[in-house]
Write a new protein. Structure first.
Length: 218
C-alpha cells in the first residue's frame, strides 16, 4: 500500500483546491493520519473509496474527539550584548496565546478488496459552539451510519446529509453531550429507575424533608 504521504500528495494533485494536512502520531504505533478539508471531504472520501490503487471500501471505526480551548506559551530567545564587553546574554521572552478549540471526527478505513489499511482520516469543526457541522460520510461508507449518530449524540457534531441523524444512546429530551470535556453531569438523578450507590446518595439531597411525626401523648 502507498504511504500516507503518497496518498496525501495524490489527493492534493487530484483536488488542488482542497486542504489535506498530514497529522503525525508520535506514539509507538506511528499511525499518521490525514486532516481533510471539510468543504471537500465528500469528494476526497469518494476518491479514497474508488481509486484502483486504494479501494478503501470499508470504514471500521468512527470516533469523536473534543479539543477545548488551549493556552499556548511561545518562547522567543534574543541575544543581548553585554555593555561591559563580556559574553552576550540570551534573554527569553514568553508570550501566551489562546488556541481555539474544535471538535474532531476520526475515521479508520480499510480495503477489503486489496487487504490493506488502515488509512486514518480526520475532519474538524470550526469551533465548539455554533459552527459544529461536518459532512456525513455515511453516503460514502454505509458503516458510518450508527457511529456518526453516536458522535452526534455524545459530542454534538452535526452531520449534514446524514440519512437518519438522531440520538442513539441518550434519549431525545436529554440535554448536552456527555463526552464533551466540559460536560457537567446533573446532580439530580430522580430519573434513574434503579438508583444505588453514589447515585442514590446524590438523589437524597433532592428528596423532600421527612414529614414530622406527631409527638405521642402521655
Amino acid at each position: 500500500m502507498e504511504t500516507i504521504e503518497q496518498i496525501r500528495d495524490r489527493l492534493v494533485a487530484r483536488f488542488p483546491a482542497a486542504r489535506v494536512e498530514l497529522v503525525t502520531n508520535p506514539g509507538p504505533a506511528a499511525e499518521h493520519s490525514l486532516l481533510l478539508d471539510a468543504a471537500h471531504a465528500h469528494d476526497l472520501a469518494v476518491f479514497l473509496r474508488d481509486d484502483p490503487a486504494l479501494r478503501l471500501d470499508y470504514c471500521s471505526n468512527v470516533t469523536g474527539v473534543d479539543w477545548p480551548d488551549k493556552e499556548i506559551t511561545d518562547v522567543t530567545k534574543t541575544t543581548v550584548p553585554d555593555p561591559a564587553g563580556g559574553q552576550p546574554k540570551i534573554v527569553e521572552q514568553k508570550t501566551t496565546r489562546l488556541q481555539p478549540g474544535c471538535l474532531e471526527v476520526v475515521y479508520h478505513l480499510y480495503s477489503m478488496a486489496l487487504k490493506h489499511g488502515p488509512v486514518i482520516i480526520r475532519l474538524r469543526t470550526a469551533n465548539r459552539s455554533d459552527q459544529v457541522t461536518l459532512p456525513s460520510l455515511t453516503p460514502v461508507w454505509r458503516a458510518c451510519d450508527f457511529q456518526e449518530r453516536e458522535v452526534y449524540d455524545l459530542y454534538g457534531i452535526v452531520f449534514s446529509r446524514h440519512p437518519d441523524l438522531r440520538r442513539i444512546l441518550m434519549w431525545d429530551e436529554f440535554k448536552d453531550h456527555p463526552m464533551r470535556k466540559d460536560y457537567v453531569e446533573p446532580d439530580d438523578y430522580e430519573w434513574e429507575p434503579t438508583a444505588h450507590g453514589a447515585v442514590a446518595e446524590k438523589h437524597k439531597a433532592h428528596l423532600p424533608p421527612p414529614a414530622a411525626t406527631p409527638e405521642a401523648k402521655p
